[in-house]
Design a protein around this ligand. Structure first.
Ligand SMILES: Nc1ncnc2c1ncn2[C@@H]1O[C@H](COP(=O)(O)OP(=O)(O)OP(=O)(O)O)[C@@H](O)[C@H]1O
Ligand SMILES: [Mg+2]
Length: 223
């Protein structure tokens, strides 16, 4: 920041296992979004390395990083970031263009996902004709269309009332369980943090706590 060097994160070391559902929590300014942006390769660390499926992302150029983001990572934002001038179905289908799939296959996949998130009857609407919670459901479907290795969500319930927020939490939990997609969520919402497998606490740019939740214990017991 001009002459001032800001350290947003330091000495963070963590391993994410396939299929995990993780919450990142911590006070404002603690580095949560920075960590998520690094994991999503939207930002690069000044020191340290990030491996995704065994690939050292610091060795990839911009084109390879873009391809990795498109195929392996699903992003969900607080403000949905949908394209309002086109249909809900197209919003979900568009990211699949990079896969080289036919229009028919893309639209079939988008329609199936929209049914899974409970919007099967609204696929031809524009996003602006949906509620906030419904728009976030579209964003979840869009994040999953390329069958990503993992999903990253930065405060996905931040713009929603508590009841609608809860339904998005339940949706993320259901998608994690049913599809096995590794999911990492930044949240201030403790209800969301409580349904995950593991909660990582950040404080002043360092991991102050990284613990499995009771959900993990009961999951392991039943296995
Ligand atoms: N572009 C930037 N330039 C300078 N400093 C930045 C920039 N982005 C973030 N920071 C600083 O880095 C630190 C971490 O910011 P970050 O956005 O990761 O926090 P956060 O935990 O996501 O906060 P919030 O809960 O408010 O979203 C903060 O001290 C912030 O002021
Ligand atoms: Mg943030």
């Amino acid at each position: 920041m001009g002459e001032v060097f800001v350290t947003a994160l330091r000495s963070v070391s963590l391993k994410v296992r396939q299929g995990e559902f993780i919450a990142i929590v911590g006070p404002s300014g603690s580095g949560k979004s920075t960590l998520l942006n690094l994991l999503g390769t939207l930002d690069t660390p000044s020191e340290g390395r990030i491996f995704i499926d065994g690939v050292d992302t610091s060795r990839l150029g911009e084109d390879d990083l873009a391809a990795l983001r498109n195929t392996k990572i699903g992003f969900i934002f607080q403000s949905y970031n949908l394209i309002n001038r086109t249909s809900v179905m197209k919003n979900v289908a568009i990211p699949a263009v990079v896969q080289g799939l036919s229009k028919e296959v893309r639209e079939k996949r988008a329609t199936e996902l929209l049914k899974m998130v409970g919007l099967g009857d609204k696929i031809n609407r524009r996003p602006t004709a949906l509620s906030g919670g419904e728009q976030q459901r579209v964003a979840v479907a869009r994040a999953l269309v390329n069958e990503p290795t993992f999903m990253l969500a930065d405060e996905p319930t931040g713009n929603l009332d508590s009841k609608t927020g809860r339904s998005i939490v339940e949706l993320l939990q259901r998608m994690n369980r049913n599809l096995g997609t590794t999911t990492i969520v930044v949240t201030h919402n403790l209800e969301l943090a409580n349904v995950t497998d593991r909660v990582i606490h950040l404080k002043d740019g360092v991991v102050s706590q990284d613990l499995p939740t009771t959900r993990t214990a009961s999951k392991q017991k039943t296995q």
